[in-house]
Design a binder for this molecule. Structure first.
Ligand SMILES: [Zn+2]
Length: 241
């Protein structure tokens, strides 16, 4: 079985032993990944991974809602310029986190800037959304017109229905299996909207993805091999349009 990890932060591994990390991923069948930025300082190393591992590492550039204080003036212009330089890159991660920070600004403004760049470039958004179900309501009309994923989905059934209803994808990380109602939620995701990720090095390891896929297939009462194929197909469509 082949897998694509839709959310990994290669640049945050302490060892920085990228060849070894990629080799262990290959053994698990994880042969492609989206390497996701949290802050502007990540963009250059991620661009280097994408160049060094072309075809395996797909870059994503953005500003995570936890790192807004580090975002220096002019970042939206620099993000747009970076997207124009790497036209196959994705945008992220970005989003809203009302658990970490209950104050709407500047996180809503920063999220809106990412959406504007997705609108301009036609590239997909990798969205971090925590305790943000109500606040997402005002963003759905714009999100509906771009490609987006709710990464490491940990929300309610209602949020899942809203996201999918507005054309979104839902990506599950290994930690999803430890939450309540995992089986019910996993069954609610349309088969053409499901993706997998590790969120490594934080919420799991890329080598955990095959086991995650097997468990999700069991929850959905479908064949694991067919589900894995379908999810790879979804992910290619998400990346490439
Ligand atoms: Zn992340």
């Amino acid at each position: 079985m082949q897998f694509i990890d839709t959310h990994i932060h290669l640049q945050d591994y302490k060892s920085n032993d990228t060849p070894q990390i990629l080799a262990s991923m290959s053994v698990a069948g994880v042969n492609k990944m989206i390497c996701v930025a949290s802050r502007e300082a990540d963009w250059a190393p991620i661009a280097e991974y994408a160049a060094a591992y072309s075809g395996r590492v797909v870059p994503a550039f953005g500003v995570h809602p936890w790192h807004l204080a580090a975002a220096e003036a002019g970042w939206p212009q620099r993000l747009l310029a970076t997207m124009q330089k790497f036209p196959r890159a994705l945008i992220g991660e970005c989003g809203l986190d009302y658990l970490k920070n209950p104050v709407p600004e500047p996180q809503e403004q920063v999220f809106a800037e990412h959406i504007a760049i997705a609108e301009k470039t036609g590239r997909p958004l990798l969205i971090h959304a925590v305790k943000a179900q109500n606040q997402l309501e005002k963003f759905w009309p714009r999100l509906q017109k771009v490609r987006f994923v709710l990464h490491s989905f940990a929300g309610s059934a209602e949020l899942l229905r809203r996201a999918v209803g507005f054309g979104g994808y839902v990506s599950l990380a290994p930690t999803f299996l430890r939450r309540g109602k995992a089986a019910e939620l996993a069954a609610l995701i349309p088969e053409n909207r499901l993706m997998f990720e590790s969120d490594a090095p934080y919420q799991g390891k890329p080598v955990d993805i095959p086991q995650l896929a097997k468990q999700i297939a069991a929850f959905r009462q479908v064949d694991a091999v067919e589900l894995a194929e379908r999810v790879c197909h979804n992910t290619e469509e998400f990346i490439n349009g």
